[in-house]
Design a protein around this ligand. Sequence first.
Ligand code: ATP
Ligand code: MG
Length: 270
Amino acid sequence: QYIGIDAGGTLVKIVYNHEGHLRFEKMAADRIDEIIEWINNHFTNPEIHITGGKAGVFAEACPDKVLRVNEFEATCEGVSWLLEKDPPSPEISSQFLVTNVGTGTSIHYVSEDAYERIGGSGMGGGTLLGLSYLLTGRSDFETILEMGRNGNGQALNITVGDIYSHETPPISGALTASNFGNTANMRETGFSSEDYISAVVRMIGETITTMSVQAADRLGTDAVVYIGSTFAGHDTLKEIIIGYTELRGKKPYFLPRGEYSGAVGALLHY
Ligand code: ATP
Ligand code: MG
């Protein structure tokens, strides 16, 4: 029995075959002992294919046979496999970008027979948890999702239209000129914890989109596939990214189970 594992900075993703169907599990990365116990309870003598930044720690602690797989290869192979299994509509071109928003963010270029990591940023899911904690004292992901949904942080930002208040702006007035830049409004208006989180979500979404769109322009492709647990159940972040990617003339895709791409790629690797 084979198991694919992506041991990331925050979450360990596990994929395995059960009666012809893939099963998916997610656990906290700081609980390696519990994860190994879980594996021992579910499998006998499994062959483990593992990727991710914590693969080394995991391999050391794990008594079973372990094959290590390169994280970027595993991610891109997993994305290609998931896209083939569940083709999105409209269909995606043969070359596209993958933006993986995990603890941090990594951008990859995938063409018919090659993968390349082309950039990244420290603006990611970890930023969402950390900034939300500093601003509101809450750091639980589900709570943050709920609070962000109930807030509106737009008035904490300055838009291009705000700056060009008396004339037609040279670029879309709807674009954000400055995330968290509206100090004047902050002094005059009261904002809630929900508004803060909503603005953090927007800043992360817009920044990730901007990086992705610029990279897509440079590489001559128009499709961006967004993956990573930061999107799990996170409709507000997805909406911001869809809106902002389309505003910039590119096509956004969210892959079902996309956060398991690394684990799927590792599982398939021989
Ligand atoms: P990296 O790839 O950067 O090493 P990772 O693989 O652990 O990290 P992901 O699992 O893709 O990253 O995403 C982690 C992010 O997902 C967290 O920073 C958080 O924003 C979000 N998240 C979703 N569900 C949870 C959860 N149950 N607990 C903690 N964070 C969660
Ligand atoms: Mg990861």
